[in-house]
Ligand binder design. Structure first.
Ligand SMILES: Cc1ncc(COP(=O)(O)O)c(C=O)c1O
Length: 327
C-alpha cells in the first residue's frame, strides 16, 4: 500500500487489494444497521478475482510449478479469466482460457486485449453439460503442452488463502470486527478465506453466504441462471458449513433489484452478485439486532453488465421474478 514515504506502487499488481470500504447510509435508511461495503471493483482488473488470480499465479511461480514463458490454463469466461490475463501479462506467461457459447463478448475482448487465447467449446458433453465439456478441453490443452499449468480455481487451496487478506482489510479498516459478513458464493474461495480468518483470530463475526437460486452449492435444485458471477453448477471443494452461520438464496429479480437499489440510493454501479448481497441483507434485516454492523463484499462493477442488468429490454425478456424492481 502507498504511504508518505513510498507514494507510488512498484508494479500494477501491487494495487490489487486494499480496496475502499464505504459506509452505505442511504441504502436502507429505515434499517437501524451500520452497513459497510468493500468495493472490489477498485482492483485493477475490476473484480475480487484479481486477488485470487494473483495468489494462484505467485504461489505456483514461487513453488517452481510455473515459470516465464509457460502457459496457464483455466476454464472461466468471467472475472477470474480477466484477473489471470492481467497477472499472466505482467509475469510474461501465456494464458489459454476455455469458454462456452454463453460467454460475455465484452469479457472475451478484455481477455484478448491482455493477450489471452480463447478456446470455445461448441457443444455440451452428453453427461455434465458445458461444464464437463470445458474441463475436458482444459485437460486436452494440458496433455498437449508439457509447459502448461492449470490454476484450477475450484480445487486449488490457494484460492481461499487469497481472501484471508480480504477479511483482514475489513477488520483493520473498520477498527473492529463486524457483527455480520455477507459474501456471494461460487467457488466459495471468498467465503471460506474470510471465515478462516474469522476463526483463526477468534472474531465474533457471523458469516452469511449469498447464493443464486438455481445454484447447487448448498444442495438446492439446479436451474437456469442468466446472471454470471455468483452461483455454481457444481459443489464447492472448499465449503465447510460449520464455519458459516446462514445461507440466503436470491432469485434473479431480487438480484437485479439489489443492483438498481445500490445505483439509485448510493450511486454505486455494481455487478450482479453485489445486487444479490444487497437483497440478501434486506431479507435478513428483520432478524438482526438494532445497531448491528454489517460488512458486505461487492465483487465487481456494473460496467460488465450494461447489456444485461442495466438494459431494461434485457431485464424484461430474461428476468421472470420482477416485482419491485427500481429500474
Ligand atoms: C462477480 C462475482 N461475485 C462473486 C463471485 C464468487 O466468488 P468465489 O468464487 O470466491 O466464491 C464471483 C466469482 O467469480 C464473481 O465473479
Amino acid at each position: 500500500m502507498t504511504n508518505l514515504f513510498h507514494p507510488y506502487y512498484s508494479r500494477i499488481l501491487d494495487t490489487i487489494g486494499h480496496t475502499p470500504l464505504v459506509k452505505l447510509s442511504k441504502l436502507y435508511p429505515d434499517l437501524q444497521l451500520r452497513i459497510f461495503a468493500k468495493l472490489e471493483a477498485f482492483n485493477p482488473g475490476g473484480s475480487i478475482k484479481d486477488r485470487t488470480a494473483l495468489q494462484l499465479i505467485t504461489h505456483a511461480m514461487e513453488n517452481g510449478k510455473l515459470k516465464k514463458g509457460d502457459t496457464v490454463v483455466e476454464s472461466s469466461s468471467g472475472n477470474m479469466a480477466i484477473g489471470l490475463a492481467q497477472a499472466c501479462k505482467y509475469f510474461e506467461l501465456k494464458l489459454e482460457v476455455v469458454v462456452d457459447p454463453m460467454v460475455n463478448l465484452q469479457n472475451v475482448k478484455i481477455i484478448k486485449a491482455y493477450g489471452g487465447k480463447i478456446h470455445c467449446v461448441s457443444k455440451p458433453a452428453p453427461e455434465g453439460g458445458y461444464l464437463k465439456a470445458r474441463l475436458d478441453r482444459v485437460q486436452e490443452i494440458l496433455d498437449a503442452n508439457p509447459r502448461s499449468f492449470w490454476t484450477n480455481q475450484y480445487g486449488n487451496p490457494q484460492n481461499p488463502v487469497a481472501h484471508k487478506q480480504t477479511m483482514h482489510e475489513i477488520v483493520k479498516e473498520l477498527d473492529f470486527a463486524p457483527d455480520y459478513l455477507l459474501a456471494a458464493t461460487s467457488t466459495c474461495g471468498t467465503l471460506m478465506g474470510c471465515a478462516d480468518y474469522i476463526e483463526k483470530n477468534h472474531l465474533e463475526t457471523k458469516v452469511i453466504a449469498v447464493d443464486a437460486v438455481g445454484s447447487v452449492i448448498f444442495d438446492t435444485p439446479a436451474g437456469k441462471r442468466n446472471i454470471p458471477g455468483h452461483g455454481a453448477g457444481r459443489k464447492s471443494q472448499f465449503l465447510d458449513r460449520r464455519s458459516i452461520h446462514g445461507v440466503i438464496h436470491i432469485n434473479e429479480g431480487e438480484c437485479v433489484d439489489g443492483c438498481h437499489r445500490l445505483l439509485h440510493r448510493e450511486a454505486i454501479l455494481s455487478g450482479g452478485s453485489s445486487g444479490a448481497v444487497t437483497s440478501a441483507l434486506q431479507k435478513i434485516a428483520p432478524s438482526l439486532p438494532v445497531g448491528a454492523s454489517i460488512a458486505m463484499i461487492l465483487c465487481d462493477s456494473g460496467e460488465r453488465y450494461l447489456d444485461t442488468i442495466y438494459n431494461e429490454e434485457w431485464v424484461k425478456e430474461n428476468i421472470s421474478q420482477l416485482e419491485n424492481v427500481l429500474i
